[in-house]
Design a protein around this ligand. Structure first.
Ligand code: SMG
Ligand code: MG
Length: 374
C-alpha cells in the first residue's frame, strides 16, 4: 500500500455558514459558523479535513485565525515526507497544543489515503454499526416556552436524546419544565461548558431527581480534581468534554474518578486516531463514550458518524442532521431517518463538497505548500 501518496500541499478554505437559528451556550451566542476546510493534495489523491475551531477562543483556546496561522507557518510545512495518516501526529508532535488544527490535517491525509485505497473511514476506524442514533444539543433560550417549543420540534423530528445547554440561572427550571412536559422517558442530559464551580455542588445536586443521563463539563477545563469531588456530591453521572484532550488525560480523569462517561470530539483530542485510542481506553475501563459535535459541516459529520459507529459509543451523540445547523450543507445533507444517521460506506469520508455550495460559503482560500515554510 502506498499510503496517501506524496503530499504537495494544503488548500485552506475559510468558510462562513449561517446557522438556521442562533445557538446560545454558557460562553456565548453563535449565529454563523466560521471554520476552516482543508483540501489535502497529494500526487495520488485529494482528501478533506475539517478544522472545528470557532471564530473566538471561547470553547477552547483555539480559534480560526490562530489555527490558520499555525497551519500555514508550522504544521503543513512539517509534513514533508509524510505519506500516511499515522505519520501525521508524530511529525507534528514537537509543536505544542493546537490539537484542532492537527486533527484537521490528519483527517485530510487519512481521507486522501483511504480514497486512494478505496476504504471507508468506518471500516478503517472499526465501525460495527451501519447507522447511529442521534441526539441534539439545544441552546439556552430566552424563555421556558421557547425552549419547550424547540425541544418538542426536535422530538417530533425523531431525535432520540435531548441535551440542554445550562448555565447559572438556566438549569433546574428548564430541566424540570422539559421533564414535566415531555415525561421521564425522554433521554435527557445537560451541558454546562465549564460555567460552575465546586461551590455550586449543592445547587447542581438539585438536578438529581430528574434522572439525567449525565451532566457534561460542569467545572473548568483544568479542574479535574474538582470534577472528582463533585462526582461524589451529586448523583447525576459526570461526563467530561473540555477536560479530555488526549488518551492520557482521559486515563487520568478515569483513574481520579472525575468522570464516569466521556464525550469524544476528534478535533479536541488531536484527531480521529487519538479519538479511537480514547474509545479503546474507555471500553477497557467500562466507561461509556459518545461522539460530541462542533457544528460540523457534512465533511466532519461524515467522519463523526463513522466514529460513533464503534462499539463503545453506547450513548447517542451530538451527531444531528445537517438541517439542525444549516439550510444548505457543503455536502449532500445528512438526513435523519427514524432518529438515526446512516454511516457512509464510500471511499474515505464517503462524501465530498459540492463545488458550487462550497464556493458560496468560502470567504477566502490560500495554498500552503508542504515543506516550504519556516
Ligand atoms: O455539533 O451539535 C453540535 C453542537 C453540540 O453542544 C454542542 N457542542 O460543548 O459539546 C459542546 C458544544 C461545543 C460547541 S458549542 C458552540
Ligand atoms: Mg460539551
Amino acid at each position: 500500500m502506498s499510503g496517501a501518496g506524496r503530499l504537495e500541499g494544503v488548500e485552506l478554505c475559510h468558510v462562513s455558514m449561517p446557522l438556521v437559528s442562533p445557538f446560545r451556550t454558557s460562553f456565548g451566542t453563535q449565529t454563523t459558523r466560521d471554520l476552516l476546510l482543508l483540501r489535502v493534495v497529494t500526487d495520488e489523491a485529494e482528501g478533506w479535513g475539517e478544522c472545528v475551531v470557532m471564530a473566538s477562543p471561547l470553547y477552547s483556546s483555539e480559534h480560526v485565525e490562530g489555527a490558520a496561522d499555525v497551519l500555514r507557518r508550522f504544521l503543513v510545512p512539517a509534513l514533508a515526507g509524510v505519506r500516511e495518516a499515522t505519520a501525521v501526529a508524530p511529525a507534528l508532535a514537537a509543536f505544542k497544543g493546537h490539537r484542532m488544527a492537527k486533527a484537521a490535517l490528519e483527517m485530510g491525509v487519512l481521507d486522501a489515503e483511504l480514497r486512494a485505497a478505496g476504504r471507508s473511514f468506518a471500516r478503517e476506524l472499526g465501525a460495527v454499526h451501519d447507522r447511529v442514533p442521534c441526539g441534539v444539543s439545544v441552546g439556552i433560550m430566552d424563555t421556558i416556552p421557547a425552549l419547550l417549543d424547540a425541544v418538542g420540534g426536535y422530538l417530533d423530528e425523531g431525535y432520540v436524546r435531548i441535551k440542554l445547554k445550562i448555565e447559572p440561572g438556566w438549569d433546574v427550571e428548564p430541566v424540570r419544565a422539559v421533564r414535566e412536559r415531555y415525561g421521564d422517558d425522554v433521554l435527557l442530559q445537560v451541558d454546562a461548558n465549564t460555567a460552575y464551580t465546586l461551590a455550586d455542588a449543592r445547587h447542581l445536586a438539585r438536578l438529581d431527581p430528574f434522572e439525567l443521563l449525565l451532566i457534561e463539563q460542569p467545572l473548568e477545563e483544568e479542574d479535574v480534581l474538582g470534577h472528582a469531588d463533585l462526582a461524589r456530591l451529586i448523583r447525576t453521572p459526570v461526563c467530561l468534554d473540555e477536560s479530555i484532550v488526549s488518551a492520557q488525560s482521559a486515563a487520568a480523569a478515569i483513574r481520579l474518578g472525575a468522570c464516569s462517561i466521556v464525550n469524544i470530539k476528534p478535533g479536541r483530542v488531536g484527531g480521529y486516531l487519538e479519538a479511537r485510542r480514547i474509545h479503546d481506553l474507555c471500553a477497557a475501563h467500562g466507561v461509556p463514550v459518545w461522539c460530541g459535535g462542533m457544528l460540523e459541516t457534512g465533511l466532519g459529520r461524515a467522519a463523526n458518524v463513522a466514529l460513533a459507529a464503534l462499539p463503545g459509543f453506547t450513548l447517542p451523540g451530538d451527531t444531528s442532521a445537517s438541517g439542525r445547523y444549516y439550510r444548505t450543507d457543503v455536502t449532500e445533507p445528512f438526513v435523519l431517518d427514524d432518529g438515526h444517521l446512516t454511516v457512509p460506506t464510500g471511499p474515505g469520508l464517503g462524501v465530498a463538497p459540492i463545488a458550487e455550495r462550497l464556493e458560496e460559503v468560502t470567504t477566502a482560500t490560500e495554498w500552503i505548500p508542504v515543506g516550504a515554510g519556516s
